[in-house]
Design a protein. Structure first.
Ligand code: COD
Ligand code: ATP
Length: 200
């Protein structure tokens, strides 16, 4: 089974490209989705997070308020590391379990959508690395539009990650997502043909 690592920066277009893989019936394992599941009420990371960050980060239903937790961890590297130490091993465990399941089912290709692939040094989990790239101004604009963030809130998140310029140097293939969705799709399909995943 060929394992493709899909990565990029926050709001660079990973989910958009992940949807294109799913349209091709190629399964995608989504690290963000797993992180959301394990941090939800009753999830494996729920209690350890409250023990570390206190009950102020909870909403009125007792669930972790991601906006509140984000307001802490994206402005404080130490706190971010503390959260990562709790959540990342669990995300990794579930990703590997899902990958195993797809291998048993006989899938030929699987995609691991991991925003922090390089930051967490997870390159060894994948055979090929695809980086979804946008320039910083486009990234900032799309992130602000999607999440309703101020410039400051958006920058804090962008700065919490390895610069996309550095990530693109480490890629096997780069998809430039500054243009239209259709242009991005064409680049993805061309890449998958080069890799022998799609027929020419
Ligand atoms: C901090 C949290 C509560 C903010 O939630 P929010 O709904 O605003 O964001 P969401 O989870 O949808 O993530 C959006 C993007 O933020 C970036 N991001 C998230 N966590 C981190 C982190 N610890 N370090 C750097 N970037 C991060 C990623 O690019 C991700 O795609 C949440 O992201 C979280 O629990 N993060 C820790 C787990 C993690 O590292 N997830 C990312 C990959 S596993
Ligand atoms: N080529 C494009 N043209 C216009 N808008 C786009 C394009 N690609 C993505 N977007 C929009 O930009 C935003 C970010 O894209 P997306 O959610 O796919 O990024 P992401 O990398 O998955 O983000 P995150 O790291 O936060 O999970 C979304 O609102 C999406 O609709």
């Amino acid at each position: 089974m060929l394992t493709i690592g899909l990565t990029g920066g926050i709001a660079s277009g990973k989910s958009t490209v992940a949807a294109m893989f799913r349209d091709l019936h190629i399964p995608v394992i989504d690290a963000d989705e797993i992180a959301h599941r394990v941090t939800s009420l009753g999830g494996e990371a729920y209690r350890p997070i409250i023990e570390t960050f206190g009950r102020d980060i909870l909403d009125s239903n007792g669930a972790i308020d991601r906006r509140k937790l984000g307001a802490i961890v994206f402005y404080d590297e130490q706190k971010r590391k503390q959260l990562n130490v709790i959540v990342h091993p669990l995300v990794r465990k579930h990703m590997l379990q899902q990958k195993e399941k797809y291998a048993k089912e006989g899938e030929k290709v699987v995609v691991l959508d991991i925003p922090l692939l390089f930051e967490s040094k997870l390159e060894h989990l994948v055979d090929r690395i695809l980086v979804v790239y946008v320039d910083e101004q486009t990234q900032l604009r799309r992130l602000r539009e999607r999440n309703g963030f101020s410039v400051e809130e958006a920058w804090a998140r962008i700065k919490a990650q390895m610069p996309l310029e550095e990530k693109r140097k480490k890629a096997d293939e780069i998809i430039d997502n500054n243009g239209t969705i259709e242009e991005t799709k064409q680049q993805l399909h061309a890449c998958l043909m080069r890799w022998g995943v799609l027929e020419k």
